[in-house]
Design a protein around this ligand. Structure first.
Ligand code: PMP
Length: 414
């Protein structure tokens, strides 16, 4: 019997067989039948510490029995208050205010609305957002508008709002990006939104920290707000807690999600400067920030995030990150010269390469073929078109050898 579930990215209705996962622990998933599958992409880039970290599991269980949900408008609760203070203490100045939501896409929507509200409330409305070519910021209409256009959002193209796009800073052609940003900033846009150092769903494309620093400086010079979407890059993925740190910059608005709860339950935050926060205050309440959702700052999710912060405080997370980075470097080097491997690259715990330059879009037949090949050999990988990437939980250990052995087997097949 086929499932009534409308699965994303699958040919639902065509009864494609997909594994039923019953349990997960560390870097391993287990099917109902007990088959072990190595989670080489951290279940869509979220389970930074692996599945079922005991401290996160305990925090969720304890909080679920104490206070599961409470309206977060006019009421507050301990897990949110604790989290807000601890998170702000971890973040660079002047990111001193925090807005809770429940997905990466929503954290981006909130960031966009905050930047537009900032200008409107100052009596000088601005509506244009500057974006980088190939970016991905989520699948809601606003987040899609500031992301790359492609087959995946083509049906909604007429509804997506207009943006100004600057080129991706390809190595050797970085000046074109800076010139385009400079030109666009002269037209007084509201904000620039970027994925710092690496464009995730757009193909794991990496650019230099110096470029990020230069873009930040141009925005500052023109008074254009700088939004960093660290939904993927946050929580150690690129080698540091935040990718922005490697460029020595602080954004005006910062989006975090995915690893915020260690990947156990959904939660997102948008952090902003006092200047942006204050622009949304007025004695007649007219400038209030009008955004809410039912599960805003859900106590269970906040408790999981507090446990994640405790893990960052008490465990050598960045040492584990460095270890994964080292193992990934050696394993990638061993396949980088394979005739089918193009443009092997790495940033922190993330490696990526292309396998066939001619079929590089989301509908590439390579993606489902490779995903099935790996799944049948006990490895979860999910290529982006013809881009294969590995983004494991930091506890993956020796399972990483198996991941690369299976990739090698795929490359050597036929
Ligand atoms: N921004 C970036 C950089 C992302 O990588 C993603 C998710 N892949 C999102 C936003 C959207 O997050 P979510 O899927 O939780 O809505």
């Amino acid at each position: 019997m086929t499932s009534p579930i409308w699965h994303p990215f699958t040919q639902h209705g065509l009864a494609e067989p997909i594994p039923l996962i019953a349990r997960a622990e560390g870097a391993a998933l287990y099917t109902r039948e007990g088959v072990r599958i190595i989670d080489a992409i951290s279940s869509w880039w979220v389970t930074t510490h692996g599945h079922a970290h005991p401290k996160i599991v305990a925090a969720i269980a304890e909080q679920a029995g104490r206070l599961d949900q409470i309206i977060f408008a006019g009421y507050t609760h301990e897990p949110a208050e604790t989290l807000a203070r601890a998170l702000i203490a971890m973040m660079p100045d002047p990111l001193a205010h925090i807005f809770f939501s429940d997905s990466g896409s929503t954290s981006v929507e909130v960031a966009l609305k905050m930047s537009l509200g900032f200008w409107a409330n100052r009596g000088a409305p601005r509506h244009r957002i500057v974006v980088m070519e190939h970016s991905y910021h989520g699948d809601t209409i606003g987040a899609m508008s500031v992301g790359a256009r492609g087959v995946f959002n083509q049906p909604y193209a007429p509804l997506l709002f207009d943006v100004a796009t600057i080129p991706f800073p390809e190595a050797g052609a970085e000046q074109a990006t800076l010139d385009a940003l400079e030109a666009n900033c002269r037209d007084a846009p509201a904000a620039l939104i970027v994925e710092p150092l690496i464009l995730g769903a757009g193909g794991m494309k990496i650019y230099a920290p110096a470029m990020l620093a230069e873009m930040r400086a141009i925005c500052a010079r023109h008074g254009v707000l700088f939004i960093a979407d660290e939904v993927m890059t946050g929580w150690g993925r690129t080698g540091t807690l935040l990718a922005c740190t490697q460029a020595g910059i602080v954004p005006d608005i910062l989006c975090l999600s995915k690893g915020l709860t260690g990947g156990a339950v959904p939660l997102a935050v948008t952090l902003a400067t006092p200047e942006i926060f204050d622009a949304h205050l007025s004695s007649d309440r007219a400038r209030m920030f009008f955004h809410s959702s039912s599960y805003t700052a859900n106590p269970i999710a906040c408790a999981a995030a507090n446990a994640n912060l405790a893990i960052w405080r008490d465990e050598p997370v960045l040492d584990r990150v460095a270890e994964v980075e080292r193992s990934q470097r050696a394993l990638l080097a061993a396949i980088a010269d394979h005739s089918k491997v193009v443009n092997a690259r790495q940033l922190g715990t993330i490696t990526a390469f292309e396998v066939d330059e001619r079929s590089g879009n989301y509908l590439s037949p390579i993606a489902p073929r490779l995903a099935a090949f790996c799944r049948d050999r006990g490895v979860l990988l999910r290529p982006l078109g013809n881009t294969i990437y590995v983004m494991p939980p930091y506890c993956i250990g020796d399972d990483l050898d198996t991941v690369y052995a299976v990739i090698e087997a795929y490359l050597s097949a036929d």
